[in-house]
Design a protein around this ligand. Structure first.
Ligand code: MOS
Length: 696
């Protein structure tokens, strides 16, 4: 056969989503929508005490209710593998539901009610009486709590003599910042349907990595990994929350007990305790500089919380380890254990709150030095990693600021705060830098040349709404020297083999690498000639070795964030008028969806700066307003004109030049807004969100 060649490369050109029509016509089915005959419905029951033991689950009255099939709880649920460790080698109890009577926090799963219909299951779940022996709990986070510790998994980093450099500094900033508990709550709730089919456990699930979930379910249920298949063809958002969560485990348990397909869908309220969240943070930053703004000392001490059952660290202090040159550095992210659900990855974990503190402090330093905040940053650009001493694979932060300043109209800005006024509005502009680590993970792919001249790609990638499926289609088209229309991209099926999750801003980079390698191998075989047999010709790849062979370097994406705000002096309301982000984030595969990724992240930053705040009730240990009415995030009317663009920055080590863009959009965005609020009003806001009552 002949391989068609195209003159125009697909990578770098704007393409609408290949599954777009399926999504807008409703043909695309999400995990909670896949129909099965005999489908039963499970409804999770969560603890109402924040610490204690389950004394009794009063199942009998509920089992007599219409349609109820089973009540699973710690006394009758299938036993899970007690030695379970998750894909990262950690014994995470979030997936080990119904294995004991201990209740470690409010909202812990204590039972699953299964019925013929979701309505019957919900009715019965709400009627189920669970008796507890409650114990005293503590859910209140603050800086400097007793028991705060430095985790082994996130050691402090130190260089130079911090106190001596601070003492020798002409200008010192010493400020404390805080960010509240924040929740990702993706549009599509966590949902799974599980069934046994010919000796295999088949799960359709909403997740960020079907192979990871399949392997974890296999371990939990002590099954041969080959006998578990997980699919997640369409996913309505993840943001770090969609790993192996109680819904899929509960569905698999119920399907095992009832010998029927069982679907479990979380409610919005349940998601607030079952899928992770961003810990509140308390951060202290000390900066010391010469009068000309050259940094001598950077100290970043951050604290966050974790649960009593599992350690998760919000690594705020890592943000600064690659950003600014300095003579002395100390940074540490510490945690304290409270009777709360385990926090988890939430878009730019660590970098989002960490950059708020450090990039706000840098702005304060610029003010004290009488320097433009961009100029101060340029004066502290490091040649090599400030702590590691390793070279940067590429670092075009300067290019981002130059392009951003030009586009935003930064030149000629009056540095004085509180001088621009428009009626009852005070106006200000602010900026901040951004960075995010660039990583790759081993993945496998299979590319098949079909007899009709089309190609089928199979990879356990996950498109959580990012446009990954489309991006990979463009990558495959170029690698095969054909048109995107000839590529059939099949993703999100654990049977396709091991692959990275959609996480850490490394999904598309890791998957594209595997597709490139398999496509290159396939083309070599096609060059040898001969007819393509009916089953096609398939080449497979595994990037473990190539990814593992990358030499150690400072590998990151960078960005410059700009914001203009108007502050209502009568109500304290902050309105963002415009935002601009310019990023150096590798080769941009699909400008259309990439812009959506950046802008989406920047909206998160806006929301973090002004709106988001989960409030925990000291008395019950649960949330006040655990829904999208009570948890306020940016709505459409809050989002002004937002522009995102990029400078050319292909990664030299990646076969496509990709770096990864999933998370950097949120980094620095909240700081740019807070710095703009200072410029508008002359008042520093070090505690998020910047609510009207805090502005007045
Ligand atoms: Mo992302 S927070 O790595 O899913």
């Amino acid at each position: 056969m002949t391989t068609p060649t195209t003159a125009v490369a697909a990578v770098g050109t704007a393409h609408t989503r290949v599954e777009g029509v399926a999504k807008v016509t409703g043909a695309a089915r999400y995990a909670g929508e896949v129909p099965y005959p005999e489908l039963a419905h499970g409804w999770l029951v969560l603890s109402t005490v924040a610490r204690g033991r389950v004394r009794a689950v009063r199942s009998a009255p509920v089992l007599a209710m219409p349609g109820v099939l089973a009540v699973l709880h710690h006394e009758n649920a299938p036993r899970l593998n007690g030695g379970y460790t998750n894909a990262f080698g950690v014994p995470d109890p979030i997936a080990q539901i119904f294995q004991g009577d201990h209740v470690p926090y409010s909202g812990w799963p204590v039972a699953l009610v299964v019925a013929e219909t979701p309505e019957q299951a919900r009715e019965a779940a709400e009627a189920l009486v669970v008796e507890y022996d409650a114990e005293p709990h503590d859910v209140v986070f603050a800086a400097g709590l007793p028991g705060v510790y430095t985790p082994e998994s996130a050691p402090a980093e130190t260089k130079g003599d911090l106190e001596a450099e601070l003492a020798a500094s002409a200008v010192v900033v010493d400020a404390e910042y805080s960010t509240p508990e924040e929740h990702h709550s993706p549009m599509e709730p966590h949902a799974a349907v599980a069934r046994w089919d010919g000796g295999r456990l088949e799960v359709i699930d909403s997740n960020q990595g079907s192979r990871f979930v399949a392997d974890e379910l296999a371990k939990l249920f002590s099954l041969d990994p080959e006998s578990v298949r997980v699919r997640s063809e369409h996913v309505g958002g993840g943001f770090g929350s969609k790993g192996t969560r109680p819904h899929s485990v509960a569905a698999a348990m119920a399907a095992t007990v009832l010998h029927r397909p069982v679907r479990v869908v979380m409610t919005r309220r349940q998601m607030f305790s079952l899928v992770g969240y961003r810990s509140p943070t308390a951060q202290r930053v000390r900066l010391g500089a010469d009068a000309d703004g050259r940094l001598r000392a950077v100290e970043h001490r951050a604290e966050s919380l974790t649960s009593t059952v599992h350690e998760f660290v919000e690594r705020c202090a890592e943000y600064g380890r690659t950003m600014y040159g300095c003579d002395a550095h100390h940074s540490v992210s510490r945690v304290v254990r409270l009777d709360v659900p385990t926090p988890s990855w939430m878009r730019a974990p660590g970098e989002a709150p960490g950059s708020f503190a450090l990039e706000s402090a840098i702005d304060e330093l610029a003010e004290k030095c009488g320097l433009d905040p961009i100029e101060l940053r340029l004066r502290n650009e490091p040649d090599v990693g400030p702590l590691s001493g390793l070279p940067f694979s590429s670092r075009n932060l300067v290019g981002c600021f130059e392009e951003g300043a030009r586009r935003f109209g930064w030149a000629g800005r009056d540095p004085r705060p509180g001088v621009r006024r428009e009626g009852r509005w005070l106006l200000g502009t602010g900026t901040a830098a951004a960075t995010f680590p660039m990583l790759s993970a081993p993945s496998t792919a299979a590319v098949t040349a079909e007899p009709d001249g089309t190609f089928t790609v199979r990879i356990t990638a996950s498109d959580i709404g990012t446009g990954a499926r489309t991006a990979l289609t463009l990558v495959a088209a170029d690698a095969l020297e054909t048109e995107p229309e000839r590529i059939r991209m099949r993703i999100a099926d654990s049977d396709f083999g091991p692959a990275m999750i959609a996480g850490g801003s490394m999904g598309t980079r890791s998957w594209a690498w595997a597709i490139r390698v398999a496509a290159a191998e396939l083309r070599e075989r096609l060059v040898l000639g001969g007819a393509v047999p009916p089953e096609g010709i398939t080449a497979r790849s595994d990037t473990s070795q190539a990814v593992g062979a990358l030499p150690p370097m400072e590998r990151h994406t960078f960005g410059a964030q700009f914001a203009e705000v108007a502050v209502d002096v009568t109500s304290g309301e902050v309105r963002v008028r415009r935002m601009l982000g310019v990023f150096a984030a590798g080769r941009i595969v699909n400008p259309l969806t990439a812009r959506g990724q950046f802008v989406g992240g920047m909206v998160w930053g806006l929301s973090m700066a002004l709106h988001e705040e989960a409030v925990r009730d000291r008395a019950t240990g649960g949330h006040v307003g655990a829904d999208l009415a009570g948890y306020h995030f940016a709505a459409h009317a809050d989002v002004p004109h937002i522009e995102a663009d990029w400078v050319d920055d292909p990664d030299p080590d990646d076969p496509v030049g990709i770096k990864g863009i999933g998370e950097i959009g949120v980094v620095g965005a909240a700081a740019a807004i807070a710095n703009a609020v200072w410029h508008a009003t002359g008042v520093r806001h070090r505690n998020l969100p910047i609510r009207p009552d805090r502005v007045l």
